[in-house]
Design a binder for this molecule. Sequence first.
Ligand code: AGP
Length: 612
Amino acid sequence: MCGIVGYTGHRQAYPVILKGLKRLEYRGYDSSGVALLKDGVLNIYKKKGKVAELEESMIGKNIDAHIGIGHTRWATHGEPSDRNAHPHSSASGKLAMIHNGIIENYAQIKQELINKGYSFSSDTDTEVLLNFIEDIHKNNGSTLEEAVRIALKRVIGAYCILLIEQDNPDTIIAARKGSPLVIGIGKGEHFLASDASPIIEYTKEVVYVNDYELAIVKPDELILKNLGNEKITPYITKLDMELAAIEKGGYDHFMIKEIFEQPSTIHDCLRGRLDAKEGQIRMSGIDHNIEQLANASRIMIVACGTSWHAGLVAEYIIEELCRIPVEVEYASEFRYRNPIIHKGDVIIAISQSGETADTLVALEKAKENGAFIFGVVNAVGSSIARISHAGAYTHAGPEIGVASTKAFTGQLAVLMMMALNIAKHKGTITMDRYQTLVSELEAVPEKVSEILKGTEQIKAIAEKYKDASDFLFLGRGYNFPVALEGALKLKEISYIHAEGYPAAEMKHGPIALVDETLPVVFIATKDLYHEKVVSNMQEIKARKGKIISIVTQGDTHSPSLSNDYFAIPLADELIAPILTVIPLQLLSYYVGIAKGIDVDKPRNLAKSVTVE
Ligand code: AGP
């Protein structure tokens, strides 16, 4: 939620910030803005809409500056508008600040400031925090750094802030709690951003700032302190990411690029871990903690959205292979109810971004109660990866499209390997079955490539049904979560109402929706439940619903019941979800495109949900 960029150094700040904001636009795109400082003059420019609109509005403006901050917003307090856009300016006009997060007690602080005579020109919590800092700075005789520290001790909520001051020509003050901040170390320059994508082309040396840390950043100096004013030695990490990974590389959208990357991202996820010839899976995060994982009396999986769907697939797989009870929870529910957590319980956190606020807070809570946290995360070095006791990266590379695609298949691959390792260790799987699944998993990248060859067929189906007002997605067993995922994807990027259901549950209510206008997508691949799914198809056909089915190559019966179908290679039912989801990703992409929607940045969404 919200992307932030800062620069101080020898380059022109504006081009660095603008490029950075474009890379961070996946985090929010309601409005954007920059503050540039030169010779004691602080210029703030901001605009409702996407970063391109800011860029256009900047033509002819004074952009000469070597220090600046920029922001792309996902609105929380106050509608998307020019006046609610960041950066905000303090009452005196001497400070400018950007913020990612939510200040929960802003109303109380605002009232105190109003009582002191302050007035506000936006509806944001950010402007309140900024004036609170300025008030302390002016009236307590504190330096700006001290004022920030004092103010943040009072604040409840989440923040990553960057502040610049008119009288301080080269310094950015930054602080974080709950919202990410990375600082890139250059020669005589520093870059600050919500993630590494705005930094990568200038330097690979970065410092991930932790919660409750404050950074004083000048071109030649980076000082890190905690809120108690004690200095901390910055821990410099080398980025393992290439610029090409965050560019479109000839595709029209990141989403389709990321769908097409899946043969190689799944391969990367398996590479060095899975060896089918040797019949072995080696994953250090699992191998080093195998006793803890295998002896768990239960496993809880905590996640949101698509990652939660991966958790549901994992529930079925882990219970089947490892015979350990699994509960899957929405992180947002888990964090606020009073869940029973025992010391030694295993919590698997699944997250693409590694920054989802609900998941992060749920984990903190579980950790406090003595649970063992295992992170299945895509973004290397992210907050969830860092607070986990152990984990396994999905290695899908940066996912920029708001709709998650390659991260999901990476999550499924990691969770499958995890289940296989635990099952082997516990002896709950025969060696034959283990070997079959390892070989099946190894064959997935090739099968995904084969599915992608049928893209034009899916595109035609998408164009045929693009005007439907509702869709139903049905699947059973391992493919039930895939039905949920197919519906979520379609909603996100086509704005068509869609529901996912277990196919058999359909007759308990949703069947009332079925008429000749309703497309019903069945995941009807060959598995244990196949005949049952076919019966459900008959029930829809009898009510004149339009059936679109995902079937196994060679099956002729399911296609004969369908208005349209797409065939995928045969796979073991535990592996099938990694394949069946691909045509559904393509379907939603092409429906979104046919409807003229900006699929990489659909309305109201943000890639990284760092507010609760
Ligand atoms: C998926 O397409 C989403 N945009 C969303 O549901 C996402 O999966 C969810 O917000 C969780 O994000 P995370 O994996 O980064 O934690």
